[in-house]
Design a protein around this ligand. Structure first.
Ligand code: ADP
Ligand code: MG
Length: 438
């Protein structure tokens, strides 16, 4: 039953099997909402501090104007001193300390194919202490191929493939696309399925030619998979055979993993819903030691939450619907833009438009550079305000000098931040060394 359905002349009986809030999408959306709700306070804090500072400056200006005449100063002197105070104490340079470096970094990143959704995210990227990577579609290209079709009697390879491809056709999963492509390439006619259901991280089920077909993760563990991804096909509940699929590791995955390990001082972690042997093979190819396989979407999120409970600031890179909960739970979520699913893209804080893993360490380094510039700017702005205010209150700061000092520090801070617009800001010096060393 779709929302907005209009009943014609007949009587319509609807049975509610489960409330809408219990659907998979609603549950995942709820997880996403919970996780994103915890992010806003950082931004709010900055805004609150700025607001209070501005109010404090106005109040202080009134005091600087009102108090001295009570002790015998002339009103003209007090007014001039108060005006100078308001100018040099106003937070122009402080306000410009934070946003230009972060916005310049966002612009530079977007030129290099990384969309960062906000300055809060740009600031947070560099604080990651641990990187968690998904396997299928993230470390691998997400274009698996069927390498073996193993029917179980009485099914033939052709029938097995036709039923599996029919059930998989509506799915957005990379494995589903591979199965359909393989059937089409083999010239097997693919029937139309009805009652399609996808269970993220598990598989799909549908009705094909009146038979209930399920394709998905094998129940039992410990299958000998030779490092391939294996999916099991059942027809009317009985095993009909297996399909083995293999995917190619992205060419830049190993270098990206090594660079991330160097940047965060800790090796990245691999989380996947696939079997342990397939996970191991990819992990070995890219140089990851910490591997957790066979995880359902909420178990991936739980693994991320566990790392964060242990004090890590986790950056997750993923692509699938099954990665959305962990992307939302993580301090920063990064989605693959090319192969990524809609839900992953919507949940992520940053998107790799060209699916280049090398951009993850690069944007992390860029964020750290932006954070350093923010600190530098805050020191410049704070020092300028402190010196000028002290000078105005304790001595006699001529108004033109006050204006020059105030505007000068503001311009200096703004230009300092804009340095991140240059192409050199992206070029990761360490990555040059890595490449030369290879
Ligand atoms: P990953 O975490 O590596 O991205 P997923 O969580 O998407 O992998 O999938 C985990 C496992 O669930 C797959 O290895 C496969 O066995 C099964 N699976 C998920 N979706 C499908 C599908 N559409 N068709 C067949 N099997 C699927
Ligand atoms: Mg994936």
């Amino acid at each position: 039953m779709f929302a907005g359905t209009v009943n014609g002349t007949g009587a319509l009986t609807v049975r509610v099997a489960r409330p809408a809030a219990e659907s998979v999408v609603a549950r995942i959306a709820a997880m996403v909402e919970r996780a994103t709700a915890t992010k806003a306070p950082t931004q709010l804090f900055v805004e609150r501090v700025e607001q209070r500072y501005a109010v404090a400056v106005v109040a202080a200006t009134l005091l600087v104007f009102a108090v001295p005449p009570a002790f015998g100063a002339t009103v003209a002197d007090a007014l001039l001193r108060a005006m100078t105070f308001m100018i040099v104490a106003s937070p122009c340079a402080l306000v410009l300390a934070t946003m230009p470096p972060l916005l310049a970094a966002i612009a530079t990143a977007s030129r290099r194919g990384v969309l960062v959704t906000s300055s809060v995210v740009m600031e947070r990227l560099g604080t990651a202490t641990r990187v968690v990577l998904d396997k299928t579609g993230t470390l691998t290209e997400g274009r698996p191929r069927v390498v073996a079709v193993r029917p179980e009697a009485p099914f033939t390879a052709e029938v097995l493939l036709a039923l599996a491809a029919a059930a998989e056709r509506p799915s957005e999963h990379p494995l589903a696309r591979a199965v359909v492509e393989h059937a089409v390439a083999a010239g097997v006619p693919v029937p139309v399925a009805s009652d399609f259901r996808a269970a993220p991280g598990r598989g799909v089920r549908a009705v094909v030619d009146g038979r209930a077909v399920a394709v998905g993760r094998p129940d039992g563990h410990g299958h000998d998979t030779d490092g391939d991804t294996v999916v099991e096909v059942t027809v009317d509940g009985a095993p009909a055979g297996q399909l083995a699929l293999a995917d190619t590791v992205r060419p830049d995955a190993a270098a990206a993993v090594a660079r991330l390990a160097a940047l965060t001082a800790r090796p990245p972690v691999l989380l996947t819903g696939d079997n342990a042997a397939a996970a191991r093979r990819v992990a070995d190819a890219v140089g990851i030691v910490d591997v957790r396989a066979g995880l359902l979407p909420d178990e991936k999120a739980a693994a991320v939450a566990e790392l964060q409970a242990a004090g890590e600031r986790v950056l997750v890179v993923g692509d699938g619907v099954n990665d959305a909960p962990s992307l939302a739970t993580a301090e920063v979520g990064v989605a693959m833009g090319g192969v990524g699913s809609d839900l992953a893209l919507r949940t992520a804080d940053a998107v790799l438009v060209r699916d280049e893993l090398r951009a993850v360490p690069a944007v992390l380094a860029l964020s750290r550079r932006a954070r350093r510039l923010v600190t530098q700017n805050l020191v410049i702005a704070g020092t300028a305000i402190a010196v000028l205010v002290t000078w105005d209150l304790a001595g006699h700061l001529p108004l033109p000098l006050g204006v020059a000092g105030h505007e000068g520090s503001t311009v200096l801070v703004a230009l300092n931040g804009l340095r991140l617009l240059s192409n050199r800001a992206w070029t990761d010096r360490q990555s040059h060394k890595d490449r030369e060393g290879q």
